[in-house]
Design a protein around this ligand. Sequence first.
Ligand code: AMP
Length: 214
Amino acid sequence: MFGPPGVGKGTHSRRLAAEIGVPHVSTGELLRKSIQEGSELGRIAEEYVGRGELVSDDLMVQILETRLDQPDAKEGYLLDGFPRTIPQAQVLHAKLREADKRMDAVLSLDAPVEVLVGRLAGRATCRQCQATYNHALYPPKQTGVCDLCGGVLLQRVDDAEKTVRRRIEEYQAKTRPILDFFRQEHWPVQLVSSVGEIEEIYKRLKNAVDAGAN
Ligand code: AMP
């Protein structure tokens, strides 16, 4: 799942992964977990994440490899938030080749910048399971409480408007160019609009996945 911050990658990936029956592997979630746990890795990553900047490729690749080595990822996975730079894409490409595997689909979600900023400004994230809500668009049943696990809902530090704009700049400069790399390498990129109602967007994604599978 590919796209700028606020485009809905996390929300849709979570649901799609559960439907397909593969683990949802979000590098942002893995980082937030290590930060919460106060691990060595979390301490290194915290400053970058807080400023809305990308964490180094070496660290990210290490984190991703450790996750993909888990038994539940052997038959497939849905990547959310990786790759985010050309070097990360190159590493992933080489690893897939080495294992004689391929990506079934690259779902590239997009929406205008002001839509992204607006969505993130109203976003609340569960401290425990990381499910996301939006005060205006899809609020939780009980204010401040996660519908799924009962955890506390908070605004992510990097969802403050200034940091959101920095994250979008990072995306434009370092992540968007990966789409050309994917195309050069004949990865099955599908462009999906993330403007509209959440159900409608999810339907578009499902159609794109089904079209790719045929
Ligand atoms: P996300 O939850 O995907 O919005 O990611 C939150 C933050 O984690 C990003 O703004 C980056 O600071 C960091 N991050 C997540 N994935 C990556 C990645 N693949 N490469 C570098 N930094 C990442």
